[in-house]
Design a protein around this ligand. Structure first.
Ligand code: EPU
Length: 346
């Protein structure tokens, strides 16, 4: 019997590809060499080839958490690996394997339709499944890491595929092992775990408010609908106004610094964090510096949520980063707190 392996078809190459529609900020950007990655099998040969030619590369998911320059030299790998399947289901848990290129919100919708509950608080987050664990996306009291059993990725350092179980992924607030090792791993598949016993998570004030008087026992579908409604009210739709969601992380400070700040600013908005630390609402800090709704040329701060920077049209990464610097300086001056930029600057 012939046991020779069939070689995977190479990734399609597109020269000088415009990425305006592949980044939610809507920035004009041209990728010198864009590769359409539809299967993990294409990666080993391609990465080897790029290294031999001494060409740099980066992976791009849905482009919802990146700030792109006008020109991206070298290779841009468009991760378009699709597909999802239930791997197994036992008395407690269902395991679902999902390709990195699947749209995040489509996945959340699909899971609810198939009675796999847990991701409803994470509805309407733009981006792809493969990008979700990198910054450990989180909203309304839930972070994706909690639902991940393991991740399959190509490790460009060892040129091998790796399987990283949840604890190896080092998930933390907007952080993971992948984020700590930039440009090393290309996530190809995420395996989720859905416990069969479901519990509503309504501790986040905005969400709790929705059900307080009317429904103390909402279903996952009702929570999903409420999250979609809250997000649509507060956050700009990237299809209408370019943006990358929260532009800064909520800063985490020591209890000592927090107490000093509270004396000066009793209205300070914050949340408990790990022992000895406090997480501040960056949106509040920026709002207090008078930035909400401010526009500087083609870019600005969203009028309903100061944590979101927007591209009204024709803005460049330089415009956005200048505005960000301005905000960081003002916040540091007023509150002595340094804001970290959340999206990836390529
Ligand atoms: N606030 C203001 N003015 C503003 C914005 C916020 O005063 O312009 C204050 C309000 O008191 C508000 C509080 O800040 O109650 C917190 O704001 P919000 O509830 O909108 O949440 P957030 O801290 O700004 C975080 C995440 C969001 C996530 C929401 C809901 C980060 C960096 N952002 O925002 O994530 O959707 O909580 O859980 O942690 C994203 O990462 O792109 C994102 C949208």
């Amino acid at each position: 019997m012939n046991s020779a392996k069939i070689a995977p078809s190479p990734a399609k190459l597109i020269l000088n590809m415009g990425l305006k529609h592949r980044n939610t900020f809507g920035l004009d950007s041209t990728a010198e060499l864009a590769y359409d990655i539809t299967s993990p099998d294409q990666l080993p040969t391609l990465i080897k080839e790029l290294e031999e030619k001494k060409l740099g590369w980066r992976a791009l998911g849905g482009g919802s958490n990146v700030i792109l320059p006008e020109y991206l030299p070298g290779a841009t790998l468009l991760i378009n690996i699709l597909g999802q399947e239930v791997l197994k289901s036992d008395a407690q848990t269902t395991y679902l394997s999902v390709g990195a290129g699947v749209d995040w919100h489509d996945l959340v919708t699909w899971t609810l339709e198939h009675e796999l509950l847990g991701l409803e608080n994470l509805a309407l987050i733009p981006g792809t499944v493969g990008a979700a664990p990198i910054q450990n996306i989180g909203a309304y009291g839930v972070e994706v890491g909690k639902y991940i059993e393991y991740i399959e990725a190509f490790d460009s350092k060892t040129h091998a595929f790796v399987t990283l179980p949840q604890d190896a992924c080092q998930f933390a607030y907007r952080d993971s092992y992948f984020k700590q090792n930039p440009n090393r791993f290309i996530v190809t598949k995420v395996v989720f775990k859905f416990p069969k016993v479901w519990q509503a998570r309504l501790q986040y004030a905005d969400l709790a408010k929705q059900f307080k008087d009317t429904n103390s026992n909402p279903s996952a579908r009702q929570i999903f609908d409420a999250v979609c409604a809250i997000r649509s009210q507060k956050l700009p739709d990237p299809k209408v106004i370019g943006n990358a969601g929260s532009f800064f992380q909520n800063p985490i400070i020591s209890d000592t610094q927090y107490e000093l700040l509270m004396k000066q600013f009793p209205e300070l908005v914050s949340y408990p964090d790990v022992a000895g630390k406090r997480k501040l609402a960056a949106g509040w800090l920026i709002d207090q510096c008078g930035f909400k709704g401010k526009r500087i040329g083609p870019v600005g701060v969203y009028e309903k949520q100061a944590l979101v920077l927007v591209n009204h049209g024709g803005g460049t990464s330089t415009d956005i980063l200048n505005l960000a610097k301005n905000i960081q300086e003002e916040v540091l001056g007023k509150f002595s707190v340094r804001l970290e930029i959340e999206p990836n600057i390529l």
